[in-house]
Design a protein around this ligand. Structure first.
Ligand code: EPZ
Length: 421
């Protein structure tokens, strides 16, 4: 298992290219199951999770090839051979559950392993199941697998979601494209990844309105055709690198960055004293003189502050002037990075879903352990500003969602390297 060593204190200056969004691509790839014609995705991120989704689609009989060094994914599922998503793949990546809706719509049946819990929470699928049942599916849980069928096909319906779940919105949106009649998804998730999926489905011939709002209307069609679609910029990778100058000083331009993807996050960065400027190529961030200011943060569904940037923000607030209060409202167990930051000298009081962070002058490097994807990158950011050396172990978590972290950061002046165990 690789580790990453960060020697803190180097100012960062330069440009960092932002890749296509992992969480958009993981929903776009299963969309290929909705048509017999090829779907080509450009600006695809090169990540282990994308390779896992490729393996899953191939296990169903789809053809998926990575072209142009992995930045283009050519997928075709003209001849599916299975509608079973096996536990061995699903346990590696819960986003595998995004094949449930498309398989049901295309094949009238699907057997999908229940992912089980993960480091950040229990993450049940009750909202997915309720939504698909409203479209006429019959879903049973047997031996750890969801057995879903809709022999007569799916039919449009009103689908009120009890919570604006990203995954459930994506599953029911894809299923509704081939359902008979009209589906109205209420309290739908509004994340940019949902908008990207809807735009791609429309290119495939789907009839969709309202993506990006809380109400999405889908008029079912008989079949979808092929398309080519560019994956939207990764707003979480973007936010992660926008934070880097807060730890080190300097100025970073995030190429491909868009303000509309990170609105609520930028508000907090500016409140903390960072200067953000839109450029022709993206977003430029610099730290004004001195330490960041303390700010309070509450994580919410989009357009609120993203939970996937909470760990990175906490790491920054560890050296802010004053005390910040962070409230994690999306996942019940997403403070695993806090004890590791405390090993670096941070002052954090945890109680339930709330963390009180009292800023210290500077963190000190230490050996720390990554527990999940976003926690791992928060420790790397903390190491960039810390005194001495930080060694982050279990970085396989990182490779799931960040391509070439050490290359991108060392290109702007960071002292960072990956070491094999
Ligand atoms: C997506 O997960 C993202 N993953 C997550 O990013 C992200 O944190 C999350 O949305 C919230 O923004 C992908 O897109 C692949 P949810 P998802 O369904 O779809 C509860 C990362 O770091 N819930 O919106 O699984 C659930 O337990 C990852 O890239 C139910 O109770 O998130 C959670 O508390 C981590 N029942 C909340 O809703 C359900 O049926 C939000 O989950 C579904 C969800």
């Amino acid at each position: 298992m690789d580790s990453i060593i960060v020697r803190g204190g180097a100012e960062l200056n330069g440009q960092i290219p932002i890749a296509g969004a992992k969480n958009a691509c993981l929903a776009l790839m299963p969309a290929t199951l909705l048509s017999e014609e090829p779907l080509t995705l450009t600006n695809a991120p090169r990540l282990s999770d994308i390779r896992t989704m490729t393996t899953l689609l191939q296990s169903l009989g789809a053809e998926v090839s990575a072209l142009a060094g992995g930045k283009v994914l050519a997928a075709s599922s003209h001849g599916l051979t299975s509608s079973r998503a096996d536990y061995e793949i699903v346990r590696k990546m819960r986003a595998s559950n995004l094949v449930l809706g498309p398989l049901l719509a295309r094949e009238g049946q699907a057997v999908v392993s229940l992912p089980g819990g993960c480091a950040i929470g229990a993450r049940p699928m009750d909202i997915h199941i309720d939504a698909l049942e409203r479209l006429g599916a019959v879903i049973d849980l047997r031996d750890g697998y969801l057995h879903a069928s809709a022999p007569a096909g799916l039919r449009g319906a009103r689908v009120p979601l009890r919570f604006a779940s990203v995954g459930a919105t994506e599953n029911v949106l894809m299923a509704a494209t081939l359902a008979k009649g009209t589906t109205i998804i209420e309290n739908a998730a509004r994340e940019p990844e949902i908008v990207d999926l809807a735009q791609c489905l429309r290119k495939m011939g789907a009839q969709i309105e309202g993506e990006g709002t809380a109400t999405i209307t889908v008029q079912g069609v008989d079949r979808l055709h092929g398309a080519t679609h560019a994956v939207v910029t990764d707003r979480i990778e973007l936010g992660t690198y926008m934070l880097a100058p807060a730890f080190t000083g300097g100025e970073i331009e995030c190429l491909g960055g868009r303000l509309d993807l990170v609105g609520a996050f930028v508000e907090k960065l500016e409140a903390a004293g960072l200067e953000i400027e839109e450029t022709e190529r993206g977003l430029k961030v610099r730290r004004a003189a001195g330490r960041p200011r303390a700010v309070n943060v509450v994580t919410e569904p989009f357009p609120g502050f993203p939970t996937d940037l909470q760990a990175q923000m906490m790491a920054m607030l560890c050296t802010a002037e004053g005390t910040s209060v962070l409230e994690e409202r999306i996942f019940e167990n997403r403070f695993m990075h806090a004890p590791e930051l405390m090993r670096m000298g941070a002052r954090i009081d945890l109680s339930g879903g709330t963390a009180r962070v009292t800023g210290v002058e500077r963190l000190r490097g230490a050996p720390v352990m990554a527990t999940d994807l976003r926690a791992s990158v928060s420790l790397i950011l903390a190491g960039l500003g810390a005194e001495g050396e930080t060694v982050v172990s279990r970085v396989y978590h990182l490779d799931r969602g960040y391509e070439q972290v050490e290359q991108k950061l060392s290109a702007v002046g960071a002292r960072i390297e990956r070491v094999a165990a």
